[in-house]
Design a protein around this ligand. Structure first.
Ligand code: ASP
Length: 323
């Protein structure tokens, strides 16, 4: 391994559990570091030795396409050994608890554990029990910090700064960890946030978030710079929160007609997976003039590389699990 000068510490904590705990300088430093990985990922040789000797375990209790694969790629491009734990074929299917599964994996001395779990607080619980760095890849409807960071990187690359930007987060806010992490991040960075949703899909305490709230999408979209659409999370709903998906699309689905109400040149984002024809029209999702959805995926790999790099700097400093 080439011995470079010790890298600067970026994160105070040895875990990434949520955006709520991050400071503005920490967020800015992560975005800056991710820029270097955007450049690396666009080159022919995408590998570095930053995490050589380190082991990363992906432990996903919920389905994932983008997050799991981008953490895997991120780890591999940084030179780590990456193991994807398949929960369906593991002893979890025999009833093993989250803690027992994680403690077993911890005994194999990983350096970084990426966890997605259906319960809010799962990642934090693990961070208190294990000696490796824990990264929250989505816990229930609580937080999904790397999604908000990759969204921020996408926005910053297109708009330059957050100060004064108006971002509308639309749809199923109630069940969305993406919305929560984005609200924390955008407000910290100086953007204005609007939530646009039917009453049934907003948390009861939404008026305490420091955001503007709209139930009428046509009013809420007026003058916004970024329209962030959310998936209707049917798997988290017991009972009906919307009369029908057809009616939902009529009032809250983003099509070109509604998008015209936003600021000229406004961009559209969606964390994926999309329900086409439910919260977003295909004509908008696939319109490369306005849709940043594929760019978000690209930024996802760079952000996850930045997060893994930043956390591993803490490991090296503490001499924890030194390779
Ligand atoms: N992929 C995101 C998440 O895991 C958004 C979604 O599932 O709708 O929260």
């Amino acid at each position: 391994m080439t011995s470079a000068a010790p890298a600067e510490t970026i994160l105070k904590s040895s875990h990434l559990l949520g955006i709520e705990q991050l400071s503005v300088p920490e967020i800015t430093a992560l975005l800056d570091l991710a820029e270097t990985y955007v450049a690396l990922n666009r080159g022919a040789d995408k590998k570095t030795a930053t995490l050589r000797g380190r082991t990363l375990i992906n432990l996903f209790f919920e389905a994932s396409t983008r997050t799991q694969s981008s953490f895997e790629l991120a780890g591999k491009r940084l030179g780590a050994d990456v193991m994807n734990m398949s929960v369906k074929t593991s002893s979890v299917s025999k009833g093993e608890t989250l803690i027992d599964t994680a403690t077993t994996l911890n005994a194999m001395r990983p350096d970084l554990l990426v966890v997605r779990h259906q319960d809010s607080g799962a990642a934090e619980l693990l961070s208190r029990k294990l000696d490796c760095c824990v990264i929250n890849a989505g816990d229930g409807s609580h937080e999904h910090p790397t999604q908000a960071l990759l969204d921020a990187l996408t926005i910053r690359r297109r708009r330059g700064a957050f100060q004064g930007l108006v971002v509308a987060i639309c749809g199923d806010v109630l069940h969305s960890r993406v919305a929560r992490s984005n609200i924390h991040l955008l407000l910290k960075m100086g953007a204005r946030v609007r939530l646009i949703a039917p009453r049934t899909l907003l948390p009861a305490d939404a008026d305490r978030f420091g955001v503007e709230i709209f139930h009428d999408m046509k009013k809420g979209l007026q003058g916004v710079d970024i329209v962030m659409m959310l998936r209707l999370q049917l798997e988290r709903m017991s009972g009906a929160f919307v009369p029908s998906t057809r009616e939902y699309f009529h009032f809250y689905g983003l099509d070109h007609e509604k998008l015209k109400l936003a600021k000229p040149g406004a961009f559209v984002m969606h964390p994926g997976p999309m329900n086409r024809g439910v919260e977003i029209d295909s004509a908008v999702a696939d319109d490369i003039e306005v849709s940043l959805i594929q760019e978000q995926v690209e930024m996802g790999v760079a952000i996850r590389m930045a997060v893994l790099d930043a956390l591993s700097r803490g490991l090296a400093k503490e001499g924890r699990n030194a390779p």
